[in-house]
Design a protein around this ligand. Structure first.
Ligand code: FCB
Length: 456
């Protein structure tokens, strides 16, 4: 830190000594090598090949070429001083046809990667599903087909059998909201469908597959810690009107409670079920019991709050997210609200009291500029990170058992429908040369994690 820098808002020593510090990535966003070593096609390969789907008409075919650059990438993670690394496993590398024949080369890749983490003192945190479903399963209905739950269990069994001796932290799903609703209702994520009823069924099967996978992972990996990662938002009404207050409640119902309630044994929220009518998923008798399986932690991805207005005729629950004027935003337009994270976490604790919480993603995108000397002075991202770490400490002080923080993301990467337009990395990636350069935010995080060891 330079001598004239302002007093830091937060120090590592403000956190418990056993707090987990990490960074987060996902397979399709960084790996590339989509045709290598027997990997099968994923729904994202297919989606990207359809004209108009991705903002810059790109795909994850090469991405950060992490499949070949992984030792360097793990070195980079280590240089940040983190002690945990969250990654995801590409199902089509393991079971190219979704189920059945196992591709050993795919397993070998993740086995090497995990060994690489352990050699560097990085605790591996594996996400089983970060959106890259084998395309062959989509052709059989994807997650709308109940049989995909069984396929997921088969995949989970294969992966945990091979990696469970070394990977003790498992996340079943990343953001089932996005898988279900962005992919099957809004249609801007793979597989690109636009049907609300399908999205609700997909959502139910995702939660069911989570609920069934947790005991399976525990059986396979005796000392495993298993959880699910949700994308959650603090939601408030756009005005003082009663209509907007009711709309905020409904929006919270579908956006947050729809996941948190069944995971915590309360079934789907009755107010939303009533609004959905025949669109609501058909359940089998044991489903809600299975979904409510006990987990070891709740993963929370926090990015931004949502302000909601009543919007008759708009969408399935007549709500609309409005953009408040004059607030700080990232290049994505996402509102920057560190205090919103405290509001969200204290609410989760009050209403659901999970055993413990890990912030499995939090980060920001800004239009990075590479200076003539090659440096990237991303002050806004640095400040975002610092303020959200300070907010994390406030949530802990308020009694929320937050046990770790994973910054999104280690690297700039393929940001789904936005392609390579949006950069979230603590390290800048030149996608022509595959050169990685730590940004000022990354230097700051390293400095924060290793006080006195500045400017690494
Ligand atoms: C989350 C996703 C992650 C990344 C960030 C910016 O919703 O889990 O893959 O795209 O947003």
């Amino acid at each position: 830190m330079k001598p004239n820098d302002p007093t830091p808002l937060i120090l590592r020593s403000d956190f418990p000594a056993d707090f987990r510090w990490g960074c987060s990535t996902s397979s399709y966003q960084i790996e590339g090598a989509v045709l290598e070593d027997g990997r099968g096609e994923s729904i994202w390969d297919r989606f990207c090949s359809q004209p108009g789907r991705i903002r810059d008409a790109s795909s994850g075919a090469v991405a950060c070429d992490h499949y070949h650059h992984w030792p360097e990438d793990l070195d980079l993670a280590r240089s940040l001083g983190v002690n945990a690394y969250r990654f995801s496993i590409a199902w089509p590398r393991i079971l190219p046809l979704g189920r059945g024949a196992v591709n050993e080369k795919g397993l070998d890749f993740y086995s090497r990667l995990v060994d690489g983490m352990l050699e560097r003192g990085l605790q591996p945190w594996a996400t089983l599903y970060h959106w890259d479903l084998p395309q062959v399963l989509q052709e059989q209905g994807g997650w709308a087909n109940r049989a995909t739950v069984d396929a997921f269990l088969e995949y989970t069994e294969v992966v945990t059998r091979r990696l469970g001796d070394r990977v003790k932290h498992w996340i079943t799903h990343n953001e089932p909201f996005c898988t279900a609703f962005l992919g099957n209702h809004e249609g801007n994520h793979a597989p690109g469908l636009t049907d609300h009823k399908t999205a609700l069924l997909v959502c139910h099967h995702l939660l069911l597959s989570h609920g069934r996978a947790v005991p399976l992972i525990h059986r396979q990996v005796a000392d495993a810690k298993v959880g699910i990662t949700l994308s959650l938002h603090p939601i408030s009404p756009a005005s003082d009107s009663e209509e907007d207050a009711a709309a905020a409640l409904r929006h919270d119902g579908l956006r947050n409670r729809w996941f948190l309630d069944p995971l915590h044994g309360r079934g789907y929220p009755a107010d939303i079920l009533a609004l959905l009518g025949t669109d609501a998923p058909q359940l089998l008798a044991s489903d809600l019991h299975d979904i409510a399986t006990t987990t070891d932690f709740l993963g929370v991805n926090y990015y931004f709050p949502e302000r909601v207005e009543n919007a008759p005729g708009h969408g399935p629950i007549a709500t609309r997210v409005v953009e408040t004027a004059g607030v700080e935003r990232t290049a994505f337009g996402w509102e920057v609200d560190p205090e919103g994270m405290v509001t969200l976490l204290t609410r989760i604790q009050r209403d659901y009291a999970p055993a413990c919480v890990y912030l499995t993603e939090n980060g920001s995108t800004f239009d990075d500029v590479v200076e003539p000397d090659g440096s990237i002075n991303d002050e806004q991202r640095r400040s975002y990170l610092e303020r959200h770490l300070a907010a994390t400490a406030r949530a802990i002080a308020a009694g929320v058992p937050v046990k770790g923080y994973f910054a999104w993301s280690l690297l700039d990467n393929f940001e789904w429908a936005e392609g390579y337009v949006r950069r979230f990395g603590l390290a800048y990636v030149d996608f022509q040369t595959q050169q990685r350069t730590l940004k000022a935010s990354g230097h700051w995080y390293a400095n924060f994690l290793q006080p006195g060891d500045a400017e690494k």
